[in-house]
Ligand binder design. Sequence first.
Ligand SMILES: [Zn+2]
Ligand SMILES: [Zn+2]
Length: 270
Amino acid sequence: MIKADFHTHTTYCDGKNTPREMVERAWGLGFTDFGLSGHADFSFCDPGFGMSDEALRQYRQELLLLREEYRGRMNLYIGIELDCLGPIQKAEYAIGSTHCVERDGEVIAVDDTARKLEDGVMRLWKGDWYAFVRDYYELEAQVYDRTGCDWVGHFDLLTKFNEGCRYFDETCDDYLEPALTAMRKLNEQGMPFEINTGAMSRGYRSDPYPSRILLRELCQMGGRILISSDSHSVDAIGHGFAQAERLAWECGFRSVLCLRPEGGFREIPL
Ligand SMILES: [Zn+2]
Ligand SMILES: [Zn+2]
């Protein structure tokens, strides 16, 4: 199993465990490379969590000490998860994510609760789920331009509550066309994509992001991937990685990326 995970959260944002608890568990599980990626300031959207500049400074200090403690045992990386609509704050690496969409001056989160998402689509898109999908992917396509991120987090997060295609059909052209347009652009910009198991560990989905169809297309485009848990607690670190690796293999990928302490990526064969 891949022993590297770079998308994780702590009590500095909406995670349940401290950085020390997360790092200790990763080490206990035999991870060789581990990154924390606290949410950047999220006060522009409800629910407002994420790190103020002051919290980010403390987070960095705490993680630098932990890195020294674990030197020679496990490589520790200090990251941040930026949002397409949020402020740019600096860390050693940045995941670029699209959690929200803006319409008529209102910002709604696509991953907060199913009820809030339904209400939002009814009000702001008059119940037209495919119009909502188009707006989401139009914004997602700009995630690198807006954030300068190192890779794309949970590309199709808008499907979090769509298990069994409850709201929209993820196999039809009305869905796939805007999704693939965004994917193609980001891939041409050199962006790797995450296979993210976060919604599996929290019981919303039976498969990781992105969907199998999108992953196959990404492989055809010559895309690159990482595997991430998006864990918000110690129990979720590395959750579903065996399934994610199998999915990646079945979609044609033969390696995944891993950060290197000296910067950039190395490839781990699947
Ligand atoms: Zn996220
Ligand atoms: Zn996250």
